[in-house]
Every structure is written in structure tokens, then in C-alpha cells.
Write a protein that binds this ligand. Structure first.
Ligand SMILES: *[C@@H]1O[C@H](CO)[C@@H](O)[C@H](O)[C@H]1NC(C)=O
Ligand SMILES: *[C@@H]1O[C@H](CO)[C@@H](O)[C@H](O)[C@H]1NC(C)=O
Ligand SMILES: *[C@@H]1O[C@H](CO)[C@@H](O)[C@H](O)[C@H]1NC(C)=O
Ligand SMILES: *[C@@H]1O[C@H](CO)[C@@H](O)[C@H](O)[C@H]1NC(C)=O
Ligand SMILES: *[C@@H]1O[C@H](CO)[C@@H](O)[C@H](O)[C@H]1NC(C)=O
Ligand SMILES: *[C@@H]1O[C@H](CO)[C@@H](O)[C@H](O)[C@H]1NC(C)=O
Ligand SMILES: *[C@@H]1O[C@H](CO)[C@@H](O)[C@H](O)[C@H]1NC(C)=O
Ligand SMILES: *[C@@H]1O[C@H](CO)[C@@H](O)[C@H](O)[C@H]1NC(C)=O
Ligand SMILES: *[C@@H]1O[C@H](CO)[C@@H](O)[C@H](O)[C@H]1NC(C)=O
Ligand SMILES: *[C@@H]1O[C@H](CO)[C@@H](O)[C@H](O)[C@H]1NC(C)=O
Ligand SMILES: *[C@@H]1O[C@H](CO)[C@@H](O)[C@H](O)[C@H]1NC(C)=O
Ligand SMILES: *[C@@H]1O[C@H](CO)[C@@H](O)[C@H](O)[C@H]1NC(C)=O
Length: 390
């Protein structure tokens, strides 16, 4: 009887802890000048503000190709009506990464360094990523994190931790839409407000972005370029985003893909240049897969590095006083992570002056819940002991 009580209590504690790590903060960040969280920016929030109008009118729109927004049919991109000559270098149509329009930079989709795995995670930050980030830190491993603006608003402490841990931060839009379906203003706002909130919460201005679903064409590239954002795609997709329960593929299918990527690391596929790999910090399943495969990837590839290091970008933010390791510096990195990326920690960066630290509600909730758990434990044990002894 008593051991059954402990099992019940054990699972209760696990449940409470699992819920608590995602209890929202009571934050003192003021998001009144941002779009609604998880909504496409619109006239309901930012479009009619002086700030957005000023931004919009300050940009040279002649550099953005005039291409009509794409259509969604039943939630998917309508590819059927598009010209087979791919006039707009639409990645969703045929994985095009070299713009057809003049004046646009090509996308980055490979890590130039041979035998190298460019490590990237999309869709953070998330309240549930603590174990995963602890794992990366324990391995002294940095990654490129493509952050969703709405998630930064919801989870500012987790966002700050990513920077403090030395990860390379890029934009993954405000509300994770198919960007080619948006109007120019919507696409501009999706990128601009994500840059802005990363600066506000974390103190840095990113210079790179990844389109959700890879959905980019020359119009969207042009808008990103107006905001000094380099488009980063991938050449290996783990499909972790499509794993059950969020998607339709079984874990075994994802394992098979990871295994084939491990094989590629050993069979010469990446002998002359490396990979940029799409992974996600979407949910426990995707993060668990990342942790599970990491040792095999480390032994199959010569190097596992963030994209800034793949590209020797030592100043990955507009704030040029922040320095990240070059490729050579990264691969010679000593195990002591503090000597690696000289990024500001959340407490000593310029966030301090213009952005208050969020206060968290979770601590008090945790104590209250522990107290009630302990009372519950005593009550159940008492009942059980009396029940079995008398
Ligand atoms: C939030 O910022 C806006 C200006 O962007 C200001 O008008 C408002 O008073 C601020 N709210 C709080 C609670 O400080
Ligand atoms: C503005 O908000 C209303 C109410 O939520 C919604 O019905 C409408 O579609 C929104 N307008 C835009 C342009 O997003
Ligand atoms: C942005 O600028 C374009 C071109 O100058 C203009 O047509 C459009 O109405 C502007 N949008 C907003 C929301 O101010
Ligand atoms: C959209 O979905 C509906 C219901 O599943 C289906 O009847 C329709 O044919 C679909 N339309 C297109 C264009 O695929
Ligand atoms: C695509 O083309 C078909 C056939 O011409 C047409 O019926 C359909 O409406 C078009 N779809 C869109 C989204 O324009
Ligand atoms: C882009 O970078 C250039 C050169 O550093 C700078 O002058 C410009 O203000 C930046 N544009 C934006 C929108 O940040
Ligand atoms: C390397 O492994 C991959 C994945 O198994 C396979 O598709 C590819 O053909 C292999 N290449 C060589 C040169 O063996
Ligand atoms: C955050 O993580 C939780 C738990 O893993 C997951 O259920 C949720 O979908 C994630 N939220 C977002 C916005 O990614
Ligand atoms: C997360 O996934 C791992 C591996 O599948 C599993 O052992 C663990 O119980 C899961 N944790 C939660 C909170 O679901
Ligand atoms: C990075 O720098 C090293 C050392 O200067 C050089 O060998 C390598 O080719 C560079 N890689 C890239 C992608 O620029
Ligand atoms: C870095 O430069 C920014 C201005 O771009 C400044 O506010 C900040 O204090 C500087 N940080 C350090 C650590 O020097
Ligand atoms: C880092 O630690 C690992 C295992 O703890 C060790 O094998 C390796 O030699 C260390 N590397 C350096 C550069 O100290």
C-alpha cells in the first residue's frame, strides 16, 4: 500500500513539475508597441503606429521585386498555378536558393567547412527547453537558434539564457506563417518586430533569419535584405517537426533519417563542404531525438558548430562589440565555455538600462505547490499507515 502511494505521489510530483516549467511569467517587459502574440501583424496592432509608418516609408521598396503574394489551398501552398520556369526563385517550389532578381544575396544552405555539421534549432525559445539547453551546455556545444518573436515575448528568461549560453541567435518571424503568402507590410512587420523584441529582451540585433517551412521567394528575400537579414536554409532536414504527436511520422522514421545523415558523415558525402541541418526545439520529442543522436553525430562528423562559426562570422549582431568564435577558434575551443563566445550575459548587457528584468511567478507557485504536495503526501501516508496498521 505504502509503495503504491509513493508511485502515485511520484507521478503527481512529475506532473506538477512538468506543468510548472511552463507557468507564464509576470513580466515587466512592456510589449505594448509589438504585434499581438501569435497573430500576423495588422492594423489591429502595429500598422497604424508612427513607428511602423516611419519604418515603411524609410525603406527603398524599389529593391523588392513586385511579386503577388501566394495563395494557400486547404492550408498548403498552391504550387500548381506557378510557372515551371520558377521566375521568382521560390524555394517551396523547387528548393531554389540563388535569386533570379538582381541585387539579392543568395541564401545560405550549406556549411562551407568540409565534414562539418551546422547545428540549428528552430521555433524556440520555449518554457520546456531547460533540460535540452543544460545538455548542450554540458557538452560545451553552441548552436544557431532561430527564435519566434512571439515565443521571445512569452519566454523572455529562456531567450536570455540562450544568449548567455553563447548560442547564435537568428530571427524566425513573429508568428510563423508561410511568408510568401503575406503582403509586403505583413512580411516586413513579421521580421522587423522579431528583430526588435530580440534586441529589447536580449540586447542584440540579429543579422540572419530562417523562413518558416523554408517558404521564401525573391520578394521576401528583398524585404529581409532591407532589414539586413541573411536568409539561412538547410541541406539536411531531420523531419523532426513532422514526428508524432505534433506530426505524422513515427520516431523510427526520424531515427532512420538521422542514421542516414550519420552515414553521410562517414561515406564522403560531405568531403568537400558540410551540412546545415534542420532540427527543432519544438517539443519534448524533438529535443529528445536531438539529445539521443548527438553522440553519434559528433563521432561521424569532424566538427559540430553553429552557423556563425561555419561562416567565420565573428560579429553576428549589429552590435559589433560582441564577438563570437571563428571556425578555427570554435573547433579549438577549450572545454571551459566561459572563454568561448564573448556575449553579454543578461545582467551585464545593454538590456540592463532599457529593459527591466522579468520577475517570475513560477518561484512562488513552486513553493506553494510543494507545500501542498507535502501536505498531501503526509495525509496520504497517514491514511495508508492507519489503514494498514489498524
Ligand atoms: C508601455 O510603453 C508605452 C509606450 O510604448 C507606454 O505608453 C505605456 O505607458 C507603457 N506601459 C507601462 C505599463 O509602462
Ligand atoms: C482585427 O481583430 C479582429 C477581432 O479580433 C479580427 O476579426 C480582424 O480580422 C482583425 N483584423 C486584422 C486586419 O487582422
Ligand atoms: C508602406 O509603404 C508602401 C509603399 O510606400 C505603401 O503603399 C503602403 O501603404 C505602406 N503601408 C503602411 C502600412 O504604411
Ligand atoms: C480542400 O479540402 C476539401 C475537404 O477536404 C476538399 O473537398 C477539396 O477538394 C480541397 N480543395 C483542394 C483545392 O484541394
Ligand atoms: C489555379 O488554376 C486553376 C485552373 O486554372 C484555377 O481553377 C484556380 O482557381 C487557380 N487557383 C488559384 C489559387 O489561383
Ligand atoms: C543595415 O546596415 C546598414 C549598414 O550597417 C545600416 O546603415 C542600416 O541602417 C541597416 N538597416 C537596418 C534597417 O537596420
Ligand atoms: C552515403 O550515405 C547516404 C545515406 O545512407 C547515401 O544516400 C549515399 O548514397 C551514400 N554515399 C556514398 C558515396 O556512399
Ligand atoms: C512549448 O513546449 C511545450 C512542451 O514541450 C509544447 O507543448 C508547446 O507546443 C511548445 N510551444 C510552442 C509555442 O512551441
Ligand atoms: C521526454 O521524452 C523522453 C524520451 O522519449 C522521455 O523519456 C521523457 O519521459 C519525456 N518527458 C516528458 C516530460 O514527457
Ligand atoms: C574560415 O577561416 C579559415 C581560416 O582563415 C579559412 O581556412 C576558412 O576557409 C574560412 N571559412 C570560410 C567559410 O570562410
Ligand atoms: C556594445 O555596444 C552597445 C552599443 O551598440 C553599447 O550599448 C554596449 O554598452 C556595448 N557593450 C559592451 C559590453 O561594450
Ligand atoms: C574536453 O573534454 C573531453 C571529455 O571530457 C576530452 O576528451 C577532451 O580532450 C577535452 N578537450 C579539451 C580541448 O580540453
Amino acid at each position: 500500500m505504502v509503495s503504491i502511494s509513493f508511485i502515485i505521489l511520484g507521478s503527481l510530483i512529475t506532473t506538477v513539475l512538468a506543468q510548472q516549467q511552463c507557468v507564464p511569467y509576470e513580466t515587466t517587459f512592456n510589449y505594448s508597441s509589438y504585434p499581438t502574440v501569435w497573430a500576423v501583424p495588422s492594423s489591429n496592432d502595429t500598422f497604424n503606429t508612427a513607428e511602423f509608418k516611419q519604418l515603411n516609408s524609410s525603406l527603398d521598396w524599389s529593391k523588392v521585386p513586385k511579386i503577388a503574394p501566394r495563395k494557400l489551398v486547404n492550408g498548403s501552398l498552391d504550387l500548381a498555378n506557378y510557372s515551371t520556369s520558377d521566375p521568382d526563385c521560390w524555394w517551396s517550389y523547387n528548393l531554389c536558393t540563388k535569386p533570379k532578381a538582381t541585387g539579392l544575396q543568395a541564401d545560405v544552405s550549406i556549411c562551407p567547412e568540409p565534414g562539418t555539421w551546422g547545428l540549428t534549432y528552430d521555433d524556440g525559445p520555449n518554457c520546456s527547453h531547460t533540460v535540452f539547453y543544460d545538455f548542450l551546455k554540458g557538452n560545451n556545444q553552441k548552436a544557431t537558434m532561430f527564435f519566434v518573436g512571439s515565443n521571445v515575448a512569452n519566454w523572455p528568461n529562456e531567450a536570455q539564457r540562450a544568449l548567455a549560453d553563447g548560442h547564435h541567435i537568428c530571427v524566425h518571424t513573429w508568428s510563423h506563417q508561410y511568408m510568401t503568402t503575406l503582403t509586403n507590410e505583413q512580411a516586413l512587420a513579421e521580421l522587423y518586430y522579431t528583430k526588435k523584441i530580440i534586441k529589447y529582451v536580449m540586447g542584440v540585433t540579429p543579422l540572419c533569419w530562417r523562413p518558416p517551412f523554408g517558404d521564401v521567394d525573391d520578394r521576401i528575400r528583398g524585404i529581409a535584405q532591407l532589414l539586413n537579414l541573411t536568409t539561412i536554409l538547410w541541406n539536411l532536414d531531420t523531419n523532426d517537426w513532422n514526428m508524432v504527436p505534433a506530426g505524422t511520422e513515427q520516431p523510427a522514421q526520424i531515427d532512420a533519417l538521422f542514421q542516414s545523415f550519420v552515414d553521410m558523415g562517414q561515406n564522403g558525402t560531405f568531403a568537400t563542404s558540410g551540412a546545415i541541418v534542420l532540427e527543432h526545439e519544438l517539443n519534448n520529442g524533438t529535443m529528445s531525438k536531438a539529445v539521443e543522436w548527438y553522440p553519434k553525430i559528433k563521432s561521424a562528423y569532424k566538427y559540430v558548430v553553429p552557423i556563425a562559426s561555419c561562416l567565420n562570422i565573428t560579429h553576428p549582431y549589429a552590435e559589433t562589440n560582441i564577438t563570437y568564435p571563428s571556425f578555427a577558434e570554435y573547433i579549438n575551443v577549450p572545454n571551459n565555455s566561459s572563454s568561448v563566445a564573448k556575449v553579454p550575459s543578461p545582467t551585464n548587457s545593454n538590456t540592463q538600462t532599457d529593459s527591466p528584468k522579468p520577475t517570475t511567478k513560477s518561484a512562488s507557485v513552486t513553493i506553494a505547490s510543494y507545500n501542498s504536495l507535502i501536505s498531501m503526501m503526509i495525509a496520504i501516508l497517514t491514511a495508508q499507515l492507519f489503514g494498514s496498521f489498524f
